[in-house]
Design a protein around this ligand. Sequence first.
Ligand code: ARG
Length: 455
Amino acid sequence: MTLWGGRFDSAPDEVLWAYTVDTSDRRLLPDDIRGSQAHVAMLVARELLSPDEGAALQQGLTEIAREASDGRFGWLESDEDVHSAVERRLGEIVGPVAGKLHTGRSRNDQVCLDLRLYLSRSGREQIKGLARFAGMLVDKAEEVGDTIVPSYTHLQQAQAVPLAHHLLAYAEMLRRDAERMSGAVGRIEVSPLGAGASGGSSLPIDPLTSTQALGWSWHFVNSMDAVGSRDFVSEYAFCAAQAMVHLSRLAEELILWATTEFGWVTFEDAHTTGSSALPHKKNPDIAELVRGRTAAAIGDLTTVMVMQKGLPMTYNRDLQEDKRAVFHIDDTLAGSLGALGALMSGARFSPPPPSSWVTALDLAEALVLRGVPFREAHEAVGGLVSTLVAEGRDLASATESELVAADGRFIPTDVALLDVEASVRRRMSPGGGSFENVQRQISWIREALAKTLSE
Ligand code: ARG
């Protein structure tokens, strides 16, 4: 049964039906019911429904909510969408008064509200998932203690840093993802109910009353914007896509670190897979799939943005297509947080120490402290590096006299600067890769995450 048969002489063609009906909106069932409950409350408050009619509709909606949560709700092939299904079922339960549910409302404001309700509850879950993941990274940072690794730029060893500093960089990225999602949720929780088909209604409906019934603080100010805009969907998809990109970068590093060449990390057997051909292998499939699925997540963001770019105002059926994309990216992020979280929390780190080349900057900075312009200091250390490389030696093998020969402003005790651990211990710039800064980050990220998780 459609909600719009009146002006049609024939029933919808099978081709039309098969092509236009998308059952993916069924997951909006609880949201559709909740939105309708708020709408009915408003209709009663505005005396567009009698208290008895309102009570009958609310009781019917409550029954449908029960069916939905018990998994008993019966979908029919003839339900055009979730909105039609709820109205159909309401009629079966409460009779003809169900026909009053859609008073002062259109599926255009309804679908937008449903999606906002869904993304609000799902976004709140994602925020918690992101915060928990960041918290797990902070735990790991604590667990690896004073382990030192090279930081990389251009995938070349750059400076010595605590491994914890590297892990905390990801914790900060994920914490920011949670914060970003929470900003998006604030803009999602704006009610479009009362915008109607596009221009509002001649009935004395009141968007503020339904907004309050939803427990939200804000409603639309322009009915055309309310039913025609989906930037809240783009924003949600962006928050999820960006978080997936962060997970994908971490996944890529875990894959790299688990290679024989790097040898930084091993994973629990239960989180890795074997090779059907090569008996010695232990593959980091979870990380590879997170990296692989990020492609489709970026595709989902692209889908919702491109879908909007040529739309004339206001509602167009194209907008039905945002749901599959945003549900897909939503599931992808939730699943990836869970799986990569498990892989990462079981990871055991024991990286080899960085090469002594990572102390080259310390040598140059020692000269800077003696008043040498950085460019000159860079040149002097570069010359020493070049000589040592030509001799097949590393920086730590440089002798006191070789140092002084490289630049007369070096002093013999400067060889102590070539120690990798000392390099980390000397680091003092705020936010840098020092053990003190690791401790500061651990406490402030923990505090920020505790706040996020308690909201
Ligand atoms: N299934 C539609 C969607 O997802 C619901 C809104 C339909 N509105 C309409 N006027 N046909 O966007």
